[in-house]
Every structure is written in C-alpha cells, then in structure tokens.
Design a protein around this ligand. Structure first.
Ligand SMILES: Cc1cc2nc3c(=O)[nH]c(=O)nc-3n(C[C@H](O)[C@H](O)[C@H](O)COP(=O)(O)OP(=O)(O)OC[C@H]3O[C@@H](n4cnc5c(N)ncnc54)[C@H](O)[C@@H]3O)c2cc1C
Length: 460
C-alpha cells in the first residue's frame, strides 16, 4: 500500500549544518547561521564585483564566541574574516567555504570621561549620536558614517579632520582583538605594541578587532561650512597646501568635478562654531572663483553625505558595481598625476555618480605606521570613486583601469589606500608595505601563524 503523504524533504539549513565543516562547532553565546539569507549577504559587498559564499556565518553573542570559532577554524584549516558593514569593494570581507563573523552583533557603546569603549560592529553614526549626548565627539571621521568601527580601523579611516587629528587609527587608545590563534587579548601602544601597530590599518591580517577604546574631544555645536571653487588643479592644491600647513580650518577636503566645459575643483572647509565674523579672515586670500557659505549643525555636517546616498539609492546607482580606486600621492607629483589622469578619462570611464576626491594630508599627523603613505611631509588623497552606471565602461574595464592607475601611482612615488578594487600580486603587496613589510610579516607569523584570517585581502 502506498501513502498519499508527501515524502518529508530534508531541511537545507539543517543539512548544511549537519554535513558541513561546522558540524562539530562548540556551543556559543550567539549563533551560527547556515541559511541562504545569511550566506548570500556574506557573499556580497558594496563593490558588487566578486562574490564568494562562506559555509557559515557567525553572529557572535560575545567576543569569546569569536575566539572559540577562530580556534575551531584553525584546527580544521578553515578561513575566517570579520565583516562590519560590507562596504569593501573587492571581496575583502568574503571567505569562500569558510566562516564570516557578522560583527554588527558586537554593538555595545560605553562613554567614559574622554574615551568611548565600543564594540567593533558599532557604526560611526551611532557612536556620534551617543557621544553628542555628553557633548563629546570622536575627533576623526570618514565621509560616510554607516561604516563599522572595526572596518574603518582595519583600513585607516580618513576624512576632513585629518589635518588636525590624523586618521581614525591615530585616535585609538586600546583594542581588544581575537588573534588568528583564537586568543582574546588586548593591545595598546604599551601592551603588545606589535599587535596594536599591525591591527590598526592592518586589513584584518593579525586579528579580528572586537572592541576599541577611542579618544573623544569636546564637540562643537555647529560648523561654518565653506565651499570654494577653483579652475585648475594647480590653483586648488596651492590653496590646500597653504591651508593645511597653517591649520586654518578644522576641516578640509576637496573634489574634482566634471562639467560641460571641463573640470572644476572644489575645496570644502569647515570652522567649528564659526560665525560670519570669521569669513573675511579665513577666505579673503584664497583666490577662489566662487564661494558658498553656511552654518550647519555639527551632526548634519559630519553626516552630510547621507542625503546624497539616499538620492543615489533612489537612482539605483548605489546598488551598481563600484570599482573604486584610492591613492596617496606625494605633493611633488600630485598636480601632474591628477591633470594627466583626468584629461585621460575617455568616454564614460567613471560613471554618472562618480566622486573624485582630492585633499591634502600632513603625514606628521598620521603617526601610526598604517595605512602606508608616501614618504613626504605633505601628501594628497586622490580617489576615483567609480560606479559602473548604465552606458559607462563595464565594471571589468574599470577594474583594469584601476590596475593601470595603480602603476601610474607607484611610478609617481605614490601608493594606494587599500580599500578599493585593484588586483594585486604578492609582490605588489610587499612593495606596498615597503619598509614596514618585515614588521607586518613578523606580526602575521606571530599572531596568525596558520594564515587563518581575512583571505579576501589576498596579501599572504
Ligand atoms: C560609501 C563609502 C564611503 C567611504 N568613505 C570613506 C572615507 O571617507 N574614508 C575612509 O578612510 N574610508 C572610506 N570608505 C572605505 C571604508 O572605510 C572601508 O572600506 C571600510 O573597511 C569599510 O567598513 P565596513 O565596516 O563596511 O568593513 P567591511 O567591508 O565589512 O570589512 C572591510 C575589511 O576589514 C575587515 N574587517 C571588518 N571588520 C573588522 C574587524 N572588526 N576586525 C578586523 N578586520 C575587520 C574585513 O574582513 C575586510 O577585510 C568608504 C567606503 C564606502 C563604501
């Protein structure tokens, strides 16, 4: 006799758990996920260029969970990477067939007198909201605030406060880290300084940051925001050089803007709690061709990319591939490289919503060894933040152009800021780290001797 009842189908999630490499995982405060939603999310990033699926995703309930699972993976030859907000552009947080740790679960924020102790999955906008309740702020931000603390501290974290406060990694007092041996430990400039130096800006190669202690400073209430226009690269960099050397503003960035009649250039400068009385003193000798000035509440100023992001999402541009290129150029070659690069952009090589950043950095303000910058007192960030828009070059063509731009950058004494989409060889990486390679390599061998961590960076 046959039954009309349907044959029970195996649950695919349970099948993956039972048959996969994580079948013997230890019990955890949080959970291991094997469902399609979690695996697919961990296989994507903002870049939209590469996709590698892990075998499992850890949503940790504690830093101890991260340590336990790194130990488990190490014993079985599996790879692990932390994932903050997945705003990498070339698969840097992906782990084919391994474990991705969803760090957004580590979201605690504790505000002390002049520091914040935060879980590495906290996004900077939430941290800023919390610190502002006490009249305080982290000193340095990235342009976009929906990035995780651990993600930007693993890259460097650059923004317009760099002339006054350095990068975000320059403003960290202590880290809690899970090493590639699965050891939960702390490090600071005085405790395990080799780990501290290799973890800050270290692209997740020596440890997964689970908590950071970040310096805080008094927050301004508002920012007097100046937008000044220039006709040439030489004109903008001459003024930016003067401004950063004098520390005339609290905030200083710049952009190249495409237009029907060619490129124009824009300085954005900010004075904390400034007033109209400051305008003449701050701008009368800056030789700009146009100026817009307004007072903006501090949070809105630091978060001023948010409305543009919403507009890009509505246009569909935010969801398209983003083959980004970011570099540091020495001041001695910046004008030539920027002029040649922009005049060489043929057709639609960067997409309709591309942003081209150009702003100065005093290397003396950036005391941590990473991210690597050219060996000059003054360098420039030059970023081609491309979108593979419809009708523009393909994402693959843009990535190939990034590689060519990387070679131009190196020939000009520059280096890349490693958050973008450039295929690099091992030799490229060794050259990239330069004199710091020996220390970085030694830290990797000490703290991740089996090469468990963060394979998506493709360094080791
Ligand atoms: C719209 C946008 C704007 C940006 N603006 C700026 C800017 O102004 N300045 C700037 O400097 N950068 C900027 N970036 C780049 C950004 O700082 C880096 O890509 C950063 O790593 C992204 O953070 P995330 O949380 O999304 O990291 P993810 O993409 O999740 O991870 C990035 C890398 O860090 C590793 N990682 C993540 N968390 C940890 C952790 N806790 N411990 C160890 N390793 C970890 C991952 O494994 C991966 O290799 C921007 C990126 C985007 C998409």
């Amino acid at each position: 006799m046959t039954s009309d009842l349907p044959t029970p189908q195996p649950d695919p999630v349970e099948a993956r758990r039972a048959g996969g490499p994580f079948a013997e995982a230890p019990s955890l405060d949080g959970e291991l996920r094997f469902d399609e939603v979690a695996l697919d999310a961990a296989a994507t990033d903002f870049g939209g260029l590469v996709s590698r699926r892990p075998a499992a995703v850890l949503r940790p309930g504690s830093a101890k969970d991260v340590a336990a699972m790194v130990r488990y993976c190490r014993e079985r030859g599996l790879k692990v990477a932390g994932r903050g907000q997945g705003h990498s552009t070339h698969g840097q947080a992906q782990v084919p067939d391994g474990l991705v740790v969803e760090l957004s679960a580590l979201d605690s924020i504790e505000i002390l007198d002049d520091t914040a102790v935060v879980g590495s999955g906290v996004v900077w906008s939430d941290l800023l909201r919390a610190t502002l309740e006490r009249g305080l702020t982290p000193p340095a931000f990235t342009d976009y605030l929906e990035l995780s603390v651990g993600g930007t501290l693993s890259a460097g974290g650059l923004g317009g406060q760099i002339g006054r406060y350095g990068t975000q990694v320059d403003n960290v007092r202590e880290l809690e880290v899970v090493t590639g041996k699965g050891k939960l430990t702390t490090c600071s400039p005085t405790v395990r300084p080799d780990l501290f130096r290799a973890a800050l800006g270290g692209l997740g190669q020596c440890g997964i940051i689970t908590r950071a202690t970040i310096s805080l400073v008094p927050a301004p209430r508002s920012v007097r925001h100046y937008v000044l226009t220039y006709p040439t690269v030489e004109a903008i960099t001459a003024q930016q050089t003067k401004l950063i050397q004098e520390a005339r503003f609290d905030y200083l960035v710049g952009q190249a803007l495409p237009g029907p009649d060619g490129w124009t250039y824009m300085i954005e400068a900010g004075t904390y709690d400034g007033t109209a009385d400051d305008d003449e003193r701050l701008t009368s000798d800056l030789g700009h061709t146009a100026a817009q000035i307004q007072d903006v509440p501090y949070f809105d100023f630091v978060n001023r990319l948010a409305p543009a992001v919403e507009a890009f999402k509505a246009m569909g541009e935010w969801q398209r591939p983003h083959p980004w290129y970011d570099s540091f150029l020495p001041a001695s070659t910046v004008n030539t490289v920027v002029t040649d690069t922009l005049s060489g952009l043929k057709g639609n090589a960067i997409g309709v919503t591309a942003v081209i950043l150009l702003y100065p950095i005093l290397t003396a303000k950036c005391a941590t060894p990473l991210p690597i910058m050219p060996d000059e007192e003054l360098v420039y960030l030059f970023s081609l933040l491309k979108t593979a828009s419809p009708g523009a070059d393909s994402a693959e063509e843009m990535v190939a152009a990034n590689r060519a731009q990387y070679d131009v950058t190196r020939a000009a004494g520059g280096c890349w800021y490693p958050i973008g989409s450039v295929p690099l060889t091992k030799e490229d990486w060794v050259r990239h780290f330069g004199p710091f390679w020996a220390e970085f390599d030694a830290a990797r061998r000490r703290y991740d001797p089996d090469g468990v961590l963060t394979p998506g960076q493709r360094i080791f």
